[in-house]
Design a protein around this ligand. Structure first.
Ligand SMILES: [Zn+2]
Length: 580
């Protein structure tokens, strides 16, 4: 066993005084006094406990937290577990193979009906269980207590074929990556022609079959073309395109795919049950999430080995597993995304800082990405929710490529801002705020008007200030009794409202002061008996068109004998009128 890094660095080691259960989550630990210049001890020290009676392979080094004389095992820094879970729990039946249902169904049917071809090719990425499946097929062909397609797993032949190193004389394995030469193939050919030892068939398993190239590949082609009647060839490769086309063409091909996370989880639960550990579904998910997807089934079992001592001591929560593996916890990932959904930016930043302190930026980003992918699948049928998830996924992907500190903060904060194009509620909230702001502005204008009026003692409202380059027309006194001449609407520089428009404005204020205030944001232009309320701000226009303001405007218009049409301003916002 190699020395843990902490030991090499001269950090204090914990010497265990009592270690009946060294894999337990709490053990009593003693500690020598630190030498000068050494740290005073604390969290995260490592120890190498003695052999554990409950998990003989787990010999640390364990990460320990110490408080008040008790030591809590927080995880395993590196695991020197001699029991290799992937080897110990290699599937021994088709039912145990994780995540290959289509291929397994085909193989079962072929075996049951006796139609398995003599040349079979299993393709798929590494870690998908090609060799394991080949051995199960071999066991099924040779087992004399087979039930339907399933080998018994207990008879002498099954035991030898499904052992960690297959030792049955009628099952021959060849690693073509290192032994794919002409001589090796000739040896295999001569062994293939011999009669079987004690079984009905002989099975030749060729791993890394793409290694059979050149003279070796040519020699193998002869074997594949005219196989002895009692021989079945099972070839396995990660790269079928590199195989000789002639060899590949002789085989019946079955593609294995990367197991889905649910399959990996199911497999972990199977192994945990066999070990007598209580592994919750969430804890199994955490183990899957901590494993690089391309490592497949074997990778997840290697990750499980790291937390084996924790599991051996009793039930473990997913939070503990995450801490031991240096991952963000599922709760933390959910809390971050919930804060994004709610637009609660302070909570988002607090959760993000906490997650980053536990697991580091890259892990947080990876696990957020995985959770968002799960949510994308969940929301595939809901267009609105899907848009929001796609937006978030896009921002996270950009943060991942940006790769600089703070990119994740920026992405999540941006995602937490309301999306106006896909969130009607956010749009309504903003509209309401704009309306409130318009009201406040209108009230302030009214106050300013009154102040100006009382200062100048003028009975009539002041004309709007003239623009320097466009002097306003001299003001014409209005005559309320006689309707003014119709004006051309939308004329540039036309800022004075005619008498009817002012009369209408007054009627609106009399009907409903709030609507009157709102109308201050609109310029009124008269066209015959029609008054156009020209508005630049869309939320204001929207408010004028909706109840209750629309109803008030209609009543006021009826009382003045005009029609009112709220209309969007084509150009810059209209100048608010200065009516009193
Ligand atoms: Zn058997």
């Amino acid at each position: 066993m190699s020395m843990p890094d902490a030991d090499r660095a001269g950090v204090n080691r914990v010497s265990l005084r009592i270690a009946p259960i060294t894999c337990g989550r709490t053990v009593s630990a003693g500690r020598r006094r630190p030498r000068e210049g050494e740290g005073s001890g604390g969290e995260g020290r490592t120890a190498r406990p003695a052999r554990c009676p409950r998990w003989p392979g787990a010999r640390g080094p364990l990460l320990l937290d110490r408080a008040a004389g008790r030591t809590t095992v927080r995880g395993v820094a590196t695991c020197d577990v001699s029991q290799n879970l992937a080897l110990t729990h290699r599937p021994r039946a088709f039912g145990d193979v994780a995540g290959q249902r289509p291929a397994v169904a085909v193989l079962r049917a072929m075996i049951t009906t006796g139609t398995l071809p003599q040349q079979l090719l299993l393709t798929g990425p590494s870690g998908t269980g090609k060799t394991t499946l080949a051995r199960i097929v071999a066991a099924a062909l040779l087992c004399d207590q087979r039930r339907e397609a399933e080998p018994c797993g207990r008879c002498g032949r099954c035991s030898l074929i499904l052992a960690a190193r297959p030792a049955h004389p009628d099952v021959i394995e060849l690693d073509a990556a290192s032994n794919g030469g002409k001589d090796e193939v000739r040896q295999i050919a001569s062994r293939a022609r011999l009669t079987t030892h004690d079984s009905p068939r002989k099975v030749i398993i060729v791993d890394e079959a793409h290694g059979l190239s050149g003279p070796g590949g040519q020699a193998f082609l002869k074997l594949l073309e005219e196989p002895p009647a009692h021989v079945t060839f099972i070839l396995a490769t990660t790269d079928p395109d590199k195989m000789l086309a002639t060899n590949r063409g002789r085989c019946t091909e079955l593609a294995l795919s990367r197991p889905a996370p649910e399959d990996l989880r199911g497999n972990l639960e199977r192994v945990a049950r066999a070990e007598g550990w209580r592994l919750t579904g969430e804890a199994a998910d955490a183990v899957v999430a901590a494993t690089r997807p391309e490592l497949g089934v074997r990778g997840t079992l290697m990750t499980l080995e790291k937390v084996a001592p924790l599991l051996a001591a009793g039930p473990v929560t997913s939070e503990e597993i995450c801490r031991a593996l240096g991952m963000t916890t599922p709760r933390s990932v959910r809390a971050i995304l919930a804060a994004v959904d709610k637009g609660d930016r302070p909570a988002l930043l607090a959760e993000l800082d906490q997650a980053r302190a536990t697991a580091g930026e890259a892990a947080v980003l990876r696990e957020l990405g995985q959770e968002v992918r799960r949510r994308l699948r969940r929301h595939a049928g809901d267009e609105l929710a899907l848009r929001a998830e796609l937006h978030l996924a896009d921002l996270l992907a950009r943060a991942a490529t940006a790769g600089h500190a703070g990119a994740l903060d920026v992405a999540l904060l941006r995602a937490a801002l309301p999306r106006l194009d896909s969130d009607p509620e956010a749009l309504a909230r903003l509209t309401a705020r704009a309306e409130a702001a318009a009201h406040t502005l209108a009230a302030a204008l009214a106050e300013a008007d009154q102040a100006t009026d009382s200062n100048t003692h003028r009975g009539r409202p002041a004309a709007p200030p003239a623009e320097p380059d466009q002097p306003a027309e001299p003001e014409q006194p209005a005559e309320p009794e006689q309707p003014a001449e119709p004006e051309q609407p939308g004329q540039p520089g036309q800022q004075e409202e005619d008498a009817l428009a002012r009369q209408f404005r007054a009627a609106v204020r009399a009907h409903d002061p709030a609507t009157g205030d709102l109308l201050r944001g609109a310029g009124l232009r008269r066209d015959g008996r029609e008054v156009l309320a020209v508005v630049a701000a869309a939320p204001l226009l929207d408010a004028l068109r909706r109840p209750p303001h629309a109803r008030m405007l209609a009543q006021a218009a009826a009382s003045c004998g005009v029609r009112l049409t709220p209309q969007e301003a084509p150009g810059p916002p209209p100048v608010a009128d200065a009516d009193a």
